[in-house]
Design a protein around this ligand. Structure first.
Ligand SMILES: [Zn+2]
Length: 107
């Protein structure tokens, strides 16, 4: 059994759809589960697409919890607020809290 273009494409597609290595091996036929995993590794297909480690959903942050740190300068086209989740009781996210308060704490 050899990895033809066609089989590789099929492997990529099945892997990307979240099928397990065993299922892919069965779908391709004439190949072991280990061979599928080995080939996927060589192709640089990560295990990311498996349901257990699915892409984290983007967190929806309520406006009152969004970081108020200004990015850019008011009036510029790309001016916006950071919008990351703010530290509780603070107007900024952790990164911008550190930037906002680093001098105060030391003085
Ligand atoms: Zn921020």
């Amino acid at each position: 059994m050899s990895w033809t273009e066609e089989r590789i494409e099929k492997l990529k597609k099945l892997w990307g759809s979240g099928k397990t290595a065993a299922e892919i091996a069965e779908a391709l036929g004439d190949v072991t589960r280990n061979a599928v995993i080995g080939k996927a590794n060589r192709l640089g297909l990560s295990a990311k697409s498996t349901p257990a480690v699915a892409k984290p959903k983007k967190k929806v942050i309520p406006a009152h919890r969004a970081c108020q740190w200004p990015i850019g300068h008011p009036g510029e086209d790309n001016f916006h607020f950071c919008g990351d989740e703010a530290v509780p009781s603070k107007p900024y996210c952790l990164k911008h809290c550190n930037m906002a308060y680093q001098n105060k704490d030391n003085s």
